[in-house]
Design a protein around this ligand. Structure first.
Ligand code: PLP
Length: 393
């Protein structure tokens, strides 16, 4: 069967691929340590599970409005009011089947053929594919390591053309864990306002910040920036709810309305019981969110030091999310490989440690390690990587 052209260059998500490969080895009896996962290793908090069970018991298992339950939209609006001092109407909110689906739907409704979307590198793996699926063109701008993997206003300005439709900002970032400061956001935002470029602000790691850093949304910085920004967020990472598939987009009412129309013909609505669970996630205590954040910060502080001691691995300290993104090109050369992909493959085959190669994030010299796994496993993984480097050098 001849497939449609639009999927001919579509590649599977590198992160899901490596997770699947690690699982395969594990199922075959190998003691694999998977550091590829993009999800918290904690169970969903109890009161959220209870709300879902209650919804099932009460028969709340039917279709909901396509854009999400009004009661959930209300909670999302309260959350944005409380956390970001931003005020939105229900017509400016859509609940989707995860933040990933919110982004997918957004690109479908804003992009025409050959419209350009500026994607800073290193990027989250799905951005380019989603832009291409909407017939858009990803335009990459390099976030250099010496600038903490962030792009500058002059780089942004240089990348803008008459076809530029949007800029994607992901702060805190997957895979680098870096965050843009208020001033950096202000400056990048000004360039977008000057050139009429929509800002897609993916804030899914908002609650995972370390060293006392606080989240700033670019939409908070002025009414003009609020009008020019679509915020993407969800409960996957903050409330350890990856499998529930609830995310959302917030912003310009006509964009949200088009997204809601599209969703009505694609998913109909996000799962009803997951929406009730999310109402509980936002209306209930946020204590678990903080407990998980603290656990991530403790792990980060321990393994960051250890990783940097391994010959050939050089890492700058992330400020958020749950990933380390070391430059491993020297380690690859020391181990006799032409590229980091070769090193990643060898570490999986010989030491049974699964890392994600940076190539999937548009940064070939790097690897991504997720610390969303127990400290015990993390320390063991670091020992295995160190042992491997000792063996091959
Ligand atoms: N955006 C970024 C940067 C992510 O890392 C992820 C998940 O890995 C998502 C969006 C999607 O999250 P969700 O589970 O809500 O679809």
């Amino acid at each position: 069967m001849k497939l449609a052209k639009r999927v001919s260059t579509l590649t599977p998500s590198t992160t899901l691929e490596i997770t699947a490969k690690a699982k395969e080895l594990k199922d075959a009896g190998h003691d694999v340590i998977g550091l590829g996962a993009g999800e918290p290793d904690f169970n969903t908090p109890e009161h959220i599970l209870d709300a879902a069970k209650k919804a099932m018991d009460e028969g709340l298992t039917k279709y909901t409005p396509s854009g999400g339950l009004p009661a959930l939209k209300k909670e999302i609006i309260s959350k944005l009011e409380k956390d970001q001092k931003l005020s939105y109407k229900p017509s400016e909110v859509i609940v989707c089947t995860g933040a990933k689906h919110a982004l997918y739907t957004l690109f479908q409704v804003i992009l025409d053929k050959e419209d350009e979307v500026i994607i800073p590198t290193p990027y989250w793996v799905s951005y380019p594919e989603q832009v291409k699926l909407a017939e858009g063109v990803p335009v990459y701008v390099e976030g250099k390591e010496e600038n903490q993997f962030k792009i500058t206003p002059s780089q942004l300005k240089a990348a803008i053309t008459s076809k530029t439709k949007a800029l994607i900002l992901n702060s805190p970032s997957n895979p680098t864990g870096m965050i843009y400061s208020k001033q950096e956001l202000q400056e990048l935002g000004q360039v977008c306002l000057d050139h009429d470029v929509l800002i897609v602000s993916d804030e899914i790691y908002e609650k995972l910040l370390y060293d006392g850093n606080e989240h700033v949304s670019i939409a908070q910085l002025s009414p003009e920036l609020k009008n020019m920004t679509i915020i993407i967020n969800g409960v996957s990472k903050s409330h350890s709810m990856t499998g529930w598939r609830i995310g959302y987009a917030v912003g310009n009412a006509s964009i949200i309305s088009a997204m809601t129309n599209l969703a009505s013909h694609s998913t109909s609505n996000p799962t009803s019981i997951a929406q009730y669970a999310t109402i509980a996630a936002y209306s209930g205590s946020q204590e678990d969110v903080e407990v998980m954040r603290q656990a991530f910060e403790e792990r980060l502080n321990i393994i960051f030091e250890k990783l940097n001691q391994i010959p050939g691995f050089h890492c700058i300290k992330p400020q958020g999310a749950f990933y380390l993104f070391p430059n491993a090109s020297e380690a690859a050369t020391m181990a006799g490989f032409d590229d980091v992909d070769g090193l990643v493959k060898a570490l999986l085959e010989e030491e049974k440690v699964a890392l994600v190669p940076g190539s999937g994030f548009g940064a070939d010299n790097y690897v991504r390690l997720s610390y969303a796994t127990s400290l015990d496993q993390l320390e063991k993984a670091i020992e295995r990587i160190a042992r491997y480097m000792e063996k091959v050098t």
